[in-house]
Design a protein around this ligand. Structure first.
Ligand SMILES: Nc1ncnc2c1ncn2[C@@H]1O[C@H](COP(=O)(O)OP(=O)(O)O)[C@@H](O)[C@H]1O
Ligand SMILES: [Mg+2]
Length: 1063
């Protein structure tokens, strides 16, 4: 099949162009390779896909321009070596489909366009093949796409990794833990509609087959102040709105809740309960379903929701001051619900909300709270309840994610892939304790990043045997130390101030800070600043010069937030809670513990140190997220904002480190594979070691010694321009190669096709020949058998019928019968008939008779009445004359005519004389006188009764048939005849001698009319006739040369008849 590709404007995605089907993304590594190469060559338009290939790598402008070019083409991912830089597109680019996952599976990192999945796959493969733990660190500011990236990574692993043998549900749990955590830990902020308000590190455990078998989540510093207060345009955590919007009527009734969020003071501070991008109702359904997936029982869900509801009710608790300015709860209803939902005593709760228990010298004292203190206590309780529930939730999820199979051998050999989605650097108008913690966290991670990047870079050089050239970079350890150093660090000072007896305030803390770290180059306060900078600093503020930039913190609330105190009696009340979740969150041991709990900052510091340890033990991968604008708009590239992020993410620093030595490095195999066509010695196949091949290749390409170095397994190229020149040469070369490959391929293709056709033709031919041959052989065999049978039959033809001769006999019979059909006599006169075989003699005779009769019958049917009459007369003539009279044969072919004289030739008088008597026949005759034998011309007429002799118009003689005794005629060829008349009557003139030219016809007709057929005498020699009364005449007949009728001397009439050949 021909691979048709189309490069879409991004230069990175190819499509198979099909005339009938809609375009489809091409899959497979071939497709991917094509795209990657096109991206390299389209660098003018889409920039470089790896920042190390930037010619001017120290220029921030060039860096940002490259980002912009790519962003414009919707290419949101770019590498800095192994680090992935991602720009939030704020739109669905359709680049996380299953097809994309497949595209990035098992392909080499640099051979495909940059993508999150490439990072995911590389980490996963290292985990599987080298069995080393991995950590993907995703950083960036709020709304830059960290959480989104984490989700995509999880999805990638869930969908592409093999399923574990047991407990396949782990994949679902891993995925479903997310919506639950997001519901409780995410909120809409000004920067991000789904901002994570806690840090998250998630471990995914894989067994030795690479199947996900479990997971573990660490959460960091939930922003619990949000529970009681939100800035304008922000919301509380999603779960509150989801419950109110999506919860069933029954549930809400049970929890004593109204659907309207405006009814709850904790939800109205930001004045934005509704957000267009969020569908709380749907999200609620998702969360409800997810809860069941992660092993929540119905009771646990109920308990959890009770807590959520109780926070809302807490928010609506109001106080009023009594006469002594002591706070009193005024909202009994809320108190009632709280009592029920939290499972605590109403009175205890009421007391706890309005009093403070102090233990002094072993004595418990209850001191009432004023209005402000009561509100503070209430909010503190709400925050504590919510944050501890969140911690419980994480622990619960962890129990669900924990491999159920911890004892199995596969568990023992698990490897771990960590995903770190932690809050990015934050700078606000007003920065408080939370920002301080968050920025400190980023500072730590940056340090780790630099350390690990440099380390890996150095390691690679060492491994490759290339001299390490030290890189100058900014080490932010100094800032980390400023924050975390024991005794002298900001955290220590804060803790000290919190624990110190006496009137410690936020401002005394600031003073202490100024005292202790005043000389630190990264620390500044109003007092320490010079004249100019002082203006930008308030008195209650301090400024830290973070690696990412300056941040000014307002100390207000630092102590309080660090202490995170919950009045003892509130704690006690909660410890007595009958809500199982609450009783787990508030442990009684906490009450008896004399030691002060760790401050928030210290806890955070410890957990960060622990996190750094965790991350250090793993092989890192980095995703650096950038937010293109603050308006959450697609397609907008806010340069100022981006420059700021590029700076504080330390991307330039990162690039500098990466580029300090070489811009490009590639394994010899990969390099040779890609560029071998540029050198005749390496093309098409290099037989030796790849390293030697590359050496030959670069020499051929004219690389100068300072442009590259050969490592143990890789070639290092110092400048991008060297690579690009090679790349351009490849592009040119490829054109000609493509033509050549095309031609070769076509030749090959068509030859293959031809060979196939030829093969087929031969096959058909031989088959057909075989068939023909077999048919012929069968025919011959049959013929031989037939002949043999016939011969044998022939030999035995006279023997009685037996199997040997049966065939022959049958054959003879059938062939006789079949032949007979063709040899039947043609007409009645044809007497031929084929000779039948002996067995058919009788049948043949019967058939012959049948045939004859049939012909006769047919003939008879076909003759007309006239012809019948003619034949009858001819038959009579034959009877009379055949073989007896010489001129008879001459008459045979001549037809008898009905009459020889027409009516007009007969005188009317004669007709008149005949009266009604019809004339049947008339013929001119010659009459010989009886005496002198004179010939006289007469007419002879036949009527039904008589022969009438007519002379012109007169009837000369009428001979009644009754008187006609006979007729005499000679046997010779003459035409004379004598009519013998009875002579009893004297009136009769005697016999009449006549001559007719049609003697046979005339006599036949006369004989028939007169019924004298048997009375015709044919005489030899002479005829005697009665000449008249008592006188006879004689006619002598002789043969001569010609007819002569004369009166002989003897008085006889001598007739010489011509001799005819027929006689
Ligand atoms: N790769 C991406 N593709 C499309 N939209 C994204 C992507 N990354 C982030 N977003 C959008 O930006 C919003 C904020 O991203 P999020 O991951 O929550 O940011 P962070 O966790 O860094 O604060 C998301 O809700 C989503 O709408
Ligand atoms: Mg997030």
């Amino acid at each position: 099949m021909a691979l048709q590709v189309e490069l879409i404007p991004t230069g990175e995605i190819i499509r198979v162009v099909h005339p009938h089907r809609p375009c489809k993304l091409a899959l497979g590594s071939d497709g991917v390779r094509v795209t990657m190469e096109s991206a390299l060559t389209a660098r003018d338009r889409v920039g470089v896909q790896d920042f190390v290939l930037l010619e001017n790598f120290t220029s921030e402008a060039a860096f940002i321009e490259n980002l912009r070019r790519r962003f414009r083409e919707n290419l949101i991912y770019t590498y800095i070596g192994p680090v992935l830089v991602s720009v939030n597109p704020y739109r669905d680019l359709q680049i996380y489909s299953r097809q994309h996952m497949e595209r990035y599976r098992g392909v080499s990192f640099y051979e495909v366009p940059p993508h999150l999945f490439a990072v995911a796959d590389t980490a996963y493969r290292a985990l599987r093949t080298e069995r080393r733990d991995q950590a993907v660190m995703i950083s960036g500011e709020s709304g830059a796409g960290k959480t989104e990236a984490t989700k995509r990574l999880l999805q990638f692993y869930a969908e592409t990794c093999p399923a574990p043998e047991r407990g396949g549900a782990v994949r679902d749990r891993l995925l479903q833990s997310n919506p639950v955590l997001e519901a409780f830990g995410n909120a809409k902020t000004l920067r991000n509609d789904n901002s994570s308000r806690f840090g998250k590190y998630m471990d995914v455990q894989f067994d030795f087959k690479g199947a996900p078998v479990g997971g573990h989540i660490l959460s960091y510093l939930l922003e619990k102040s949000r529970v009681v207060h939100q800035n304008h345009g922000e919301r509380n955590f999603h779960i509150f709105y989801q419950l109110l919007e999506g919860g069933e009527e029954e549930t809400l009734r049970r929890l004593g809740l109204e659907r309207n969020p405006q009814s709850y003071l904790y939800l109205v501070k930001g004045q934005c309960a509704k957000v267009s991008s969020i569908n709380d109702k749907n999200d609620w359904k998702v969360v409800r379903k997810a809860l069941t997936v992660i092993d929540f029982t119905e009771d646990e869900v109920e308990d959890l929701l009770s807590i959520v509801a109780s926070v809302l009710h807490l928010g609506n608790i109001h106080f009023a001051a009594d006469e002594e300015s002591n706070a009193q709860v005024t909202t009994e209803n809320q108190l009632k619900y709280l009592t029920r939902l939290l499972g605590v005593e109403g009175s205890t709760l009421r007391e706890a909300l309005t009093h403070r228990k102090i233990i002094a010298k072993g004595e418990e004292l209850l001191s009432p709270l004023n209005l402000e203190q009561a509100a503070y206590a209430r909010d503190a309780l709400a925050k504590a309840v919510y944050s501890r529930t969140f911690t419980w939730l994480v622990a619960k999820i962890n129990r669900s994610l924990a491999s159920k199979d911890a004892e199995s051998p596969s568990w023992r050999s698990t490897t771990v892939l960590g995903l770190l989605d932690i809050y990015g650097f934050e700078v606000f108008q007003n920065n408080s304790f939370e920002q301080f913690c968050i920025n400190y966290c980023n500072e730590k991670l940056q340090q780790l990043f630099i350390e690990l990047t440099l380390k890996s870079e150095q390691e690679e050089y060492e491994a490759e045997g290339i001299a390490w050239e030290p890189v100058q970079y900014f080490n932010n350890k100094i800032i980390c130390d400023l924050v975390e150093e024991k005794f002298k660090g900001i955290v220590s000072i804060l803790d000290e101030e919190c624990l110190r007896p006496g009137e410690a305030t936020d401002l005394t803390f600031l003073e202490k800070l100024e005292d202790t770290v005043k000389h630190h180059p990264h620390f500044l306060t109003h007092k320490l600043a010079d004249q100019r900078t002082r203006k930008s600093l308030g008195r209650g503020e301090f400024r830290l010069l973070h690696y990412a930039g300056e941040v000014t913190y307002n100390v207000t609330g630092f102590l309080d937030k660090n202490n995170d105190l919950l009045f003892r009696n509130l704690k006690e009340t909660m410890c007595s809670s009958e809500n199982p979740i609450m009783s787990q969150c508030f442990d009684r041991s906490e009450l008896s513990d004399k030691k002060r709990p760790e401050t928030v900052a210290t806890q955070f510091k410890m957990s960060l140190l622990q996190l750094v340890e965790i991350l250090k033990s793993k092989e890192p991968a980095y995703v650096r997220c950038i937010k293109p604008n603050d308006a959450k708009q697609p397609g907008r590239f806010d340069e100022v904002l981006i420059r700021h992020q590029v700076k504080y993410l330390g991307l330039m620093e990162n690039l500098r480190v990466r580029r300090a030595g070489f811009a490009y490095r590639r394994k010899y195999e990969a390099f040779l594979q890609r560029y071998k066509s540029l050198c005749p010695e390496t093309w098409p196949i290099w037989a030796g070691r790849p390293q030697d091949g590359v050496a030959v290749l670069v020499r051929h390409l004219g690389y100068k010694p300072e442009e590259y170095k050969m490592g143990r397994t890789k070639i290092f190229i110092r400048f991008p321009k060297t690579l690009f020149a090679t790349e351009d040469a490849l592009e040119v070369r490829r054109q000609s190669l493509a033509t050549k490959i095309q031609a070769t391929w076509r030749g090959f293709h068509w030859r293959q096709k031809f060979l196939r056709v030829k093969q087929s033709a031969i096959c058909i031919q031989s088959w057909w020949r075989g068939t023909l041959g077999r048919r012929k052989a069968a025919k011959r065999k049959w013929a031989a058998q037939t002949i043999r049978r016939l011969i044998r039959g022939f030999i035995l033809r006279h023997a009685p019928r037996c199997p040997e001769n049966a065939f022959f006999l049958d054959h003879v019979r059938t062939s006789f019968l079949l032949n007979l059909r063709r040899q039947l006599p043609r007409n009645i006169l044809d007497t031929s008939w084929p000779t039948p075989p002996p067995a058919l003699r009788e049948a043949s005779e019967l058939l012959r008779e049948l045939c004859r009769k049939n012909m006769v019958w047919k003939y008879c049917r076909s003759i007309s009445p006239e012809w019948k009459q003619q034949l009858q007369q001819k038959a009579v003539a034959s009877e009379i004359f055949k073989g007896k009279k010489d001129n008879y044969p001459q008459s045979v072919p001549r037809l008898f005519i009905s009459t020889r004289l027409g009516a007009d030739e007969i005188s009317p008088k004669v007709l008149q004389a005949l009266g009604s008597e019809p004339i049947q026949y008339a013929v001119p005759v010659v009459k010989y006188d009886r005496k002198g034998y004179k010939p006289r011309s007469r007419q002879l007429l036949l009527t039904p009764n008589a022969v009438v002799i007519v002379e012109d118009a007169k009837v000369k003689q009428r001979i009644e048939y009754a008187n006609l005794t006979g007729i005499s005629v000679s046997s010779l060829s003459d035409s004379l005849f004598v009519l013998h008349v009875q002579r009893e009557d004297n009136k009769q003139k005697g016999d009449v001698v006549l001559q007719s030219d049609h003697v046979i016809e005339t006599l036949t007709k006369t004989a028939l009319s007169a019924d004298r057929v048997n009375n015709i005498n044919i005489n030899q020699g002479s005829i005697t006739f009665a000449g008249g009364p008592g006188r006879d005449g004689i006619i002598d007949f002789t043969t001569g040369s010609e007819l002569l009728v004369t009166k002989a001397k003897n008085g006889h009439l001598a007739v010489v008849a011509p001799r005819l050949n027929s006689r």
